[in-house]
Design a protein around this ligand. Structure first.
Ligand code: ATP
Ligand code: BTN
Length: 324
């Protein structure tokens, strides 16, 4: 933890104004150094009041996903022990892959306020104005075969739905294979990428973009297809609380996955599935398959009844699903 983070910790824990002298004692700094550190906090957007003859009082914290603030809200055993925070980055997935390739530990969290090259599947652009939404990626190193990596996508999808359900009045649905919807509009997207040998996963990066406070109306290219928690409820929401909520649920599911106790993951997905029982079209590079979506199996494959009444198993690969 650097001096700024330690200072924030002290100010957040203080119930009353705290003197520069006392802060200096705790931090091992002179009063001038404390004063400079307070000035740095103000530059970061913390509102720190100087109360005459009493000391400093933290009035408001900025609407940023600073790790020191996030940590106070986190209830995780495995995930987010380490956090990389960026104001701007090309893509949290790219950054997480770089860190993973360089040996980052299981559970590393990469967060950004803004991405210059945020990407969805098939290299589609992910739009998100600075500071409005959640953009994050987790490095996971579960000892599972590469064929089971979609399980992590399931962990993330179910966790996002659970957190949004418990913290907001919304009831999200999961659209196979990688989106969270409210009604006919997309609230969140997931992009899981991985590196593996033939038998075992080296690492997976689970990337999540959740629209929290942005107004899709200001983004014509997605205004008809995207939504946000703000657009659905008419008010702004705490991104820190939502992120902590999602990570808390992911931590529980990840623990179960590692212990082989994640048997009800598919049923938790199916109960929130947007597509089950509906007519769908699956488009791949050179083919279109039509049918009725029946269920998601344990591995996350979609089971369809096709136009001839035969059951077909579709793995996510490079396919797109459209409601017919
Ligand atoms: P499918 O997953 O079925 O192939 P999709 O339209 O959901 O179709 P994805 O690759 O999963 O495609 O997601 C990327 C798409 O999401 C982009 O092409 C864009 O239309 C849309 N998009 C980009 N930014 C956002 C956002 N913030 N919220 C919702 N949708 C977005
Ligand atoms: C999709 O719907 O296709 C998936 C979108 C995934 C977007 C998130 S935002 C954080 C992470 N970084 C990226 O570049 N992509 C994912």
């Amino acid at each position: 933890m650097d001096t700024s983070d330690r200072l924030v910790e002290i100010l957040l824990s203080a119930k009353a104004p705290i003197s520069g002298e006392e802060m200096g004692r705790t931090l091992g700094l002179s009063r001038t150094a404390v004063w400079k550190a307070v000035r740095r906090l103000r530059d970061l957007g913390y509102e720190v009041n100087a109360v005459p003859r009493k000391g400093y009082l933290l009035q408001t914290i900025p609407d940023r996903l600073y790790s020191v603030v996030l940590r106070r809200n986190l209830k995780c055993r495995r995930l987010a022990a380490e956090i990389e925070y960026f104001e701007t980055i090309d893509s949290t997935n790219r950054e997480a892959k770089k860190s993973a390739a360089a040996g980052a530990k299981d559970g590393l969290l990469v967060i950004a306020e803004e991405q210059t090259h945020g990407r969805g599947r098939l290299d589609r652009t992910w739009t998100s104005p600075k500071g409005a939404n959640l953009l994050f990626s987790l490095v996971c190193r579960p000892p599972i075969p590469p064929q089971r990596v979609f399980r992590l996508n399931m962990v993330a999808s179910v966790s996002i739905a659970e957190a949004v359900e418990s913290l907001t009045p919304l009831t999200p649905e999961i659209k196979w294979p990688n989106d969270i919807y409210i009604g006919r509009r997309k609230l969140a997207g997931l992009l899981t990428e991985f590196s593996a040998g033939p038998d075992s996963l080296d690492y997976a990066v689970v990337g999540i973009g959740l629209n929290v406070n942005f107004d899709p109306k200001n983004h014509p290219e997605i205004s008809d297809t995207a939504t946000s928690v703000y657009a659905e409820t008419g008010r702004r929401w705490s991104r820190v609380e939502l992120l902590a909520g999602i990570l808390g649920r992911m931590d529980v599911w990840y623990d179960k996955l590692l212990a082989g106790e994640d048997g009800n993951l598919a049923s938790e997905w199916n109960r929130r599935s947007l597509v089950l029982g509906r007519e769908v079209e699956i488009r791949s590079f050179d083919d279109v398959l039509r049918g009725t979506a029946e269920t998601i199996d344990e591995s996350g494959a979609l089971i369809l009844t096709d136009e001839n009444g035969s059951q077909v198993r579709v793995t996510c690969g490079d396919v797109s699903l459209r409601l017919a």
